[in-house]
Write a protein that binds this ligand. Structure first.
Ligand SMILES: Nc1ncnc2c1ncn2[C@@H]1O[C@H](COP(=O)(O)OP(=O)(O)O)[C@@H](O)[C@H]1O
Ligand SMILES: [Mg+2]
Length: 314
């Protein structure tokens, strides 16, 4: 991996009627890496991707894609990148083959290069067998794969994926994640957005965590883990939630944070083995039953909880 920057985001901003959907974003994607933007729904991931792909003008700041400014050289940017948008864009009445030919022409591919790339993409996406069936009849996962294939047609050096695995079956998800790794192994730089921490964890060389339009942390997985030290995450389901009990838990040695989430209470603790007996004893004193419990080793969810006080998941 070289130290060249594939994407350099410099103070990027987007306001929607005064609402800051993206605020002063700063990050750098190095050539050859998989970089993930991880954040809950509404964090500003798609808005960021739309700006980087020159579909939405920024309210401020800029970004360089392979050295080309998104505000001053959108033509060069569009030729350099492939974008897989969050919303699937296909012609339902056309087959996979016809969709690829149509979009390939849109990208300026012609003749033998066009037919070679259409065949290669059909193989890569596993759609070769169904190439002549109407895209409208495909499963959600197959449509997603075709949508990804379209973004790869012109052999871009940088590919941006916006939540490509939302709402599809596990098998298609597996294929997509493996496909992302495969194109990266061939030298393509990947910017990937997701609200699934497992995906960010599995795929990324580096991860930026985003919330409410801001980057709240970035680094390698290990660097992010260090932010939460050795904290364990305990999720308890309680028969009731006396305020005094939660206040007491917040003051216990070894308890880093206590947050409420609907029925449940989440705690970040130094060492679950030492804290749990005290939690159970104090709950019993308050006549509160612990009806469910889950203990997690440190992960990206813990980092998010640590930084925002809320869970990444919906
Ligand atoms: N066209 C728009 N007009 C007004 N607000 C928008 C528009 N698009 C997105 N938003 C708002 O901007 C915020 C970020 O949205 P989005 O970028 O779609 O987040 P994500 O992709 O991380 O879920 C959200 O609060 C969303 O409601
Ligand atoms: Mg989105």
């Amino acid at each position: 991996m070289t130290s060249t920057n594939a994407i350099q985001v410099k103070g990027l901003k987007k306001n929607y009627n005064g609402f800051p959907a993206v605020h002063n974003l700063e990050f750098t994607v190095r050539e050859g890496e998989i970089f993930s933007l991880l954040g809950p729904n509404g964090a500003g991931k798609s808005t960021t991707i739309s700006m980087l792909s020159c579909l939405l003008p920024p309210s401020g700041g800029d970004a360089l894609i392979a050295g080309h400014s998104i505000t001053r050289a959108s033509g060069s940017v569009k030729r350099t990148i492939g974008v897989v948008p969050q919303e699937i864009a296909l012609y339902d009445d056309l087959s996979a083959h016809q969709n690829l030919v149509f979009w390939g022409r849109m990208y300026g591919l012609r003749g033998s290069r066009l037919s070679r790339r259409v065949d290669e993409v059909l193989d890569l996406t596993g759609l070769a067998d169904r190439r002549h069936d109407r895209a409208g009849l495909y499963s959600g996962g197959m449509q997603r794969r075709l949508n990804i294939g379209i973004a790869l047609l012109h052999e871009p050096r940088i590919v941006i994926f916006d939540e490509p695995t939302v709402g599809i079956d596990p098998q298609s998800r597996r294929r997509i994640l493996d496909g992302v790794k495969e194109i990266n192994a061939r030298g393509v730089t990947v910017l990937y957005t997701t609200h699934y921490m497992e995906e960010a964890q599995e795929l990324s060389h580096r991860i930026a965590i985003m919330d409410h339009g801001r980057l709240i942390a970035q680094g390698t997985h290990n660097e992010l883990m260090r932010m939460v030290g050795g904290l364990h995450r305990i999720t308890l389901t309680l028969s009731r939630k006396p305020a005094g009990l939660l206040a007491l838990w917040r003051m216990l040695a070894g308890v880093h944070s206590v947050s409420e989430e609907g029925e449940r209470v989440r705690l970040l603790v130094q060492d679950s083995t030492r804290v749990l007996p005290t939690l159970f004893e104090s709950a019993a004193r308050e006549e509160t039953h612990i009806t469910g419990m889950d203990i997690q080793e440190p992960d990206l969810e813990a980092v998010f909880l640590h930084l925002t006080g809320k869970a990444l998941r919906d």
